[in-house]
Design a protein around this ligand. Structure first.
Ligand SMILES: [Cu+2]
Ligand SMILES: [Zn+2]
Length: 258
């Protein structure tokens, strides 16, 4: 009787493990395409400094509680900082003559899921440069160890506005005659939270213009023929930037008097 009970308990435990594995497989349909990161949580909520008004004044002033993030309606929102990431862009010597390429790129995820991308990259040649999130943050052999474009959906390469594209396809950045690209854009497909997060992956600036998969050859559907990797950076968590002030300085006390 005792033996039967032990077998039963082991059997139930075994079923539990099996169910756990099935769940992981179901949530992650393409094992091997990217590293097995099953849960990625936004760590700022866990950090005491984000709940300390001295350390992080912008989120805990009364004004901040009523300051909507871009795309929000006005009204009360809990003072939660937006997920924010940063990548320090540096040349890794993959392409000759690119040693001076450098800059920072900030990513801020808004409440409607749009990610704002901003920053400046200097030291570029004038013109268009392909700009992508790549699968890995590995720089052991320079930018080329960052692997292919981040592509959890196993699609062809495309432009940022295309319905089918790699998640990492952010298009081109454009450097002026001074070699500086000013980046101020948004993207609907990359995210900082959830299974398709770009945090912990790499961002690459290429030597040539990305043709958005319209080059008519095989390479175009993989890389957009964007050429060598002039610079790259690791995308990691950053301290959130102060919220954007609301369009009108209305406060709840003022509106309750009406
Ligand atoms: Cu790329
Ligand atoms: Zn791509």
């Amino acid at each position: 009787m005792k033996a039967v009970r032990v077998v039963l308990i082991l059997g139930i435990a075994g079923l539990g493990f099996a169910a756990e594995n099935v769940k992981k497989r179901a949530a992650y349909p393409f094992p091997g395409v990217y590293p097995p990161v099953y849960t990625v949580s936004f760590p700022h909520y866990l950090s005491p400094s984000y709940y300390d008004a001295e350390e992080s004044p912008s989120y805990y002033t009364p004004e901040a509680r009523y300051a909507p993030y871009p795309g929000q309606r006005s009204g009360y929102y809990p003072p939660v900082p937006p997920p924010t990431a940063v990548a320090e862009i540096r040349s890794m010597g993959d392409v000759e003559g690119s040693d001076n390429v450098q800059g920072y790129i900030m990513f801020t995820q808004t409440v409607n899921g749009i990610v704002l991308i901003s920053g400046n990259i200097t030291g570029l040649t004038e013109g268009h440069h392909g700009f992508h999130v790549h699968e890995l943050a590995d720089t052991r052999e320079g930018c080329k160890s960052m692997g292919p474009h981040f592509n959890p959906g196993l699609t062809n390469h495309g432009g940022p506005a295309d319905p089918y594209r790699h998640v990492g396809d952010l298009g081109n950045i454009v450097a002026g005659s001074d070699g500086t690209a000013h980046i101020q854009e948004s993207d609907h497909l990359i995210t900082l939270t959830g299974p398709n997060t770009i945090v912990g992956r790499g961002i690459v600036v290429h030597a040539s213009k990305d043709d958005f998969g319209r080059g008519g050859d095989k390479e175009s559907l993989k890389t957009g023929n964007a050429g060598g990797r002039v610079a790259c950076g690791v995308i990691g968590w950053a301290r959130p930037m102060p919220p954007i002030p609301p369009p009108s300085p209305e406060k709840p006390e003022a509106s309750s008097n009406n």
